[in-house]
Design a protein around this ligand. Sequence first.
Ligand SMILES: [Zn+2]
Length: 56
Amino acid sequence: MMSDSPNANAKWSKYTIEGDELVRAETCPTCGPGVFLGRHSDRKTCGKCGHTVKNE
Ligand SMILES: [Zn+2]
């Protein structure tokens, strides 16, 4: 079978700590809920469809 289990994205945390707050990671607007954007220094990228959001 295809290896498309949700665990494929497990290496990316679904939550991030900012200061003392637990902030939910951003999801991909194209793939929808459940697909989270990978965090990079200057952008966030969806590992599934390649959607990229630049950090302002
Ligand atoms: Zn996506």
